[in-house]
Design a protein around this ligand. Structure first.
Ligand code: FAD
Length: 405
């Protein structure tokens, strides 16, 4: 096994690093400094983050591993991992386009017709069309197969009825990729279809609502006899075959849980910052950045030091595991139920990284910004992309072959 990077991969890393450094500074300046950038889950912050997305696109960094004809730069998946490491190392902002680029796009590559790909992907990479995920409903979260929103075929398109909820950044997006029941006689996983829906379709109402941390990160989306024309998306609004929505959706969850949504770079950078936080406290034990379980003037407990080392190694282990995943994918493997194990790993790792930081900070965490905000968001990791209880069920039944009961 050769874990070293080739000369061209190292040159790619250097190019990414230089571009990020220059453009992050320019983006901060554009908005009056880094402190003036708001959360991408607020309306004002979303607009600022769109400027960043367009900058990424202009530099051909928005979707590095896609073919150039669709808005990418033909980079390999390994180079994408390198880019992600550099992205988080530089402290670049969360991608407000992520649900399109990292969730929908891999599925469009797998199931989309050439016409759908030619229309949807370049507009997504350019942040012209902004996609949100319309799967969960008030009575269908963990039990996703309980979807009740329906789409009925009619002349020239579909009539949509029902409600979606927990739609991340739905209030700021232009399009939704949704799961709808298209066979009224069907039950559970059968008879669902995966539809691409412009949110300005008459009869669609989007109502944003706030998260516990105060950001307006969510929306409910209502469909009230909405007419979705077949050609509302060139190439058609149906992604994959009619009635095959569950299979198409499972491809989306495979990439979401297994690779694209949370790459190792994010956790490696957080682990590195945690080590910095720890060291800052050691060099100045009276600083507020070390007021935690260690009284000023004393050093952190051996147990805390061990936890930091352990969590740092877990981030590194995730990196090595992901290199293996990418090698398997490059060899033709497809992401399967084992992506559920991956999702449990990264979401619990994120919680642990942030919990340790708050312990180090102690009462100072109350007034500190990034770590406490990051901790609040880390708590949602075991819920979104399918709860960890459900991922453990999937791993038990479909990876280990254990009985359902
Ligand atoms: C930050 C965030 C962003 C999200 N973004 C989106 C989005 O963009 N689009 C979208 O469609 N959805 C989104 N969701 C919704 C998310 O997919 C659901 O919250 C999740 O699937 C759980 O569904 P639920 O909230 O209805 O909880 P429930 O399904 O009601 O679950 C409640 C609890 O019961 C447990 N439970 C349920 N069934 C079982 C079982 N069979 N075995 C063991 N335990 C069980 C669950 O694990 C959970 O702890 C988002 C959620 C969050 C937190």
């Amino acid at each position: 096994m050769d874990l070293s990077w080739s000369d061209s991969e190292q040159a790619f890393r250097a190019e990414a690093r230089a571009w990020l450094e220059e453009n992050l500074a320019a983006w901060h300046d554009q908005h009056g400094g880094e402190a003036a950038i708001a959360s991408g889950d607020t309306r004002a912050g979303f607009a600022q983050h769109l400027d960043w997305e367009r900058r990424l696109h202009d530099g051909r960094w928005a979707a590095v591993s896609w073919p150039a004809e669709h808005g990418g730069r033909d980079a390999s998946l390994w180079e994408w991992l390198i880019f992600e490491e550099e992205y988080y190392r530089a402290g670049a902002p969360p991608r407000v386009t992520q649900n399109g680029i990292f969730l929908l796009a891999p599925t469009v590559f797998e199931f989309g017709t050439p016409e759908q790909q030619a229309h949807v992907l370049p507009r997504m990479a350019a942040a012209t069309d902004l996609w949100c995920q319309g799967w969960s409903e008030p009575n269908a979260g963990s039990d996703l197969a309980g979807i009740a929103a329906r789409a009925v075929r009619t002349e020239g398109g579909w009539r949509l009825d029902g409600q979606k909820t927990w739609t991340t950044r739905g209030a700021f997006c232009t399009h939704l990729f949704g799961l709808f029941r298209t066979d009224p006689e069907s039950e559970r996983h059968r008879g669902l279809s995966y539809l691409l829906v412009p949110l300005d379709t008459p009869g669609v109402t989007v109502r944003g609502f706030g998260r516990l941390d105060g950001d307006e990160g969510f929306a409910e989306v209502f469909f009230d006899d909405a007419f979705l024309a077949e050609d509302a998306v060139p190439g058609g609004v149906l992604l994959g075959a009619e009635g095959a929505g569950w299979k198409v959706a499972m491809a989306t969850t495979g990439s979401e849980r297994g690779l694209t949504l949370r790459s190792p770079g994010r956790f490696l950078a957080t682990a590195a910052r945690l080590v910095e936080l720890y060291r800052a406290g050691l060099s100045d034990p009276t600083a507020s950045a070390h007021a935690g379980p260690t009284a000023p003037g004393s050093t952190p407990s051996a147990r805390l030091r061990e936890r930091i080392a352990e969590v740092w190694m877990r981030a590194e282990a995730y990196r090595l595991f992901t290199l293996d995943t990418v090698t398997r994918l490059a060899g033709g493997a497809v992401m399967g139920a084992d992506s559920s194990i991956n999702k449990v790993w990264w979401s619990e790792l994120d919680c642990e990284l942030h919990e340790i930081a708050l312990e180090l900070l102690g009462p100072a965490a109350e007034v500190e910004g990034p770590w406490s905000k990051g901790w609040q968001f880390s708590l949602s990791g075991p819920i979104y992309a399918g709860t960890n209880e459900i991922q453990r069920n999937i791993a038990a039944e479909r990876v280990l072959g254990l009985p359902r009961r």
